[in-house]
Structures are given as structure tokens and as C-alpha cells.
Design a protein around this ligand. Structure first.
Ligand code: AMP
Length: 188
């Protein structure tokens, strides 16, 4: 099974992707996490990525391709792609890559939360995790990019009948239970 999980910042997609990856034995591929690792590596490329992350902007298309391709290729038992595609160009590339490699996306999970909840959760996370992109300016930038660039991708998946929408406002366990129920209903 190959899944994508999307949602605004603070919707808990990383947490749910982790739980799903453990339950179904899928490789959790988080573009944000891979980029944060590269940023902290101290390499020249890492320095450039670090600055982009701090501003809350999207990294260039080529960087995402470089980071994700080896991960997807090595996920022999399926993967859950967390945080990609972020725009139409990435979605088109992903379609092409999957086709080339005889792969398919079974479902695209959308965790929905209102903008205010996003902002509140990220502001709280800033106090705990000290992520450099959880400043008010970067949070606003990231939410605007999500609405402008990522929502059109979500709409495309909706039109293709691939979207599985889940309310991201309850607690972690309730969201996970609903996700598993919905995925099992589809599988049976
Ligand atoms: P995330 O952990 O998914 O919220 O991602 C954190 C940051 O990593 C984003 O604000 C972007 O700067 C960058 N990022 C993550 N995924 C992508 C992507 N698919 N395309 C471009 N930038 C990304």
C-alpha cells in the first residue's frame, strides 16, 4: 500500500504518518524531516536549505526530487509520503515517477483543521520543539503557501476520487482510529 498524507501545518500529519507506518509496515517518508536533517548536516546544500526552511518557503523542485527519489525507490513494502506534493509541479512529477516505476497511490489522506487551530498548535510547538520555522512570520508564510499552492493539489486528488478526508481536531488516538477504520472499509 502506498499513501500520501497532506494537511495544513500543525494538523498532526507527521504523528499520524508515524502511527500508520508502524501499523501497516510502510516506510514513512517525510520531506520536511529529510530536509531538516540535510539542513543540520552542515553541508553547503544544507546551509541553503536551512535559510529557506527558516523563512517558511518551499525548497526548489530539484531539491525535493533529490531527497525523495532514493527513499521511494527503496520502499519495497510500500510508503507513506508525508508533506509532498506541495504544489501542482510536484504532483505532476510524482505521477510521472510512479508510472515509470509501476507504482500506484492507493489513497491520499487529508487531515483538516481550521487556520486558527493550525496557528495555535504551531505557536505552542514553538515553545516545546524550538523549530526555527515556528516563528509567527514563518507560520503565516507556510499557511499561505499551503492555501495557495497545496490546496489545488488536494482538489485534484478529490476529483480523482483518491481523497480520504479526516477531521484533524480531536486527540491523536481518535484521529488514528478513524483513519484505520476508513482505510479498512476501503480495503474490504
Ligand atoms: P513540514 O515538516 O512538512 O511542515 O515541512 C517543513 C518545511 O520543509 C516546509 O515549510 C518547507 O520549507 C520544506 N518542505 C517540506 N516538504 C516540502 C516539499 N514537498 N516541497 C518544498 N518544500 C518542502
Amino acid at each position: 500500500m502506498n499513501l500520501i498524507i497532506l494537511g495544513p501545518q500543525g494538523s498532526g500529519k507527521g504523528t499520524q504518518a508515524n502511527l500508520l507506518s508502524n501499523k501497516y509496515g510502510l516506510k514513512h517518508i517525510s520531506s520536511g524531516e529529510l530536509l531538516r536533517q540535510e539542513a543540520s548536516s552542515g553541508s553547503d546544500k544544507g546551509q541553503i536549505i536551512k535559510k529557506i526552511l527558516e523563512r517558511g518557503e518551499l525548497v526548489p523542485f530539484e531539491t525535493i526530487v533529490d531527497v525523495l527519489e532514493p527513499e521511494m525507490r527503496s520502499a519495497k513494502k510500500g510508503f507513506i509520503l508525508d508533506g509532498t506534493p506541495r504544489d501542482i509541479k510536484q504532483a505532476e512529477y510524482l505521477d510521472w515517477f510512479l508510472k515509470e516505476n509501476d507504482l500506484n497511490i492507493d489513497k491520499v489522506i487529508l487531515l483538516e483543521i481550521p487556520r486558527e487551530t493550525s496557528f495555535e498548535r504551531l505557536s505552542k510547538r514553538a515553545l516545546i520543539e524550538h523549530r526555527t520555522d515556528d516563528t509567527p512570520e514563518a507560520i503565516n508564510e507556510r499557511l499561505s503557501i499551503y492555501e495557495k499552492n497545496t490546496l489545488p493539489v488536494v482538489e485534484n486528488y478529490r476529483r480523482q476520487g483518491k481523497l480520504l478526508v479526516v477531521d484533524g481536531t480531536p486527540d491523536i488516538d481518535s484521529i488514528f482510529k478513524e483513519l484505520v477504520t476508513k482505510l479498512q472499509t476501503l480495503a474490504s
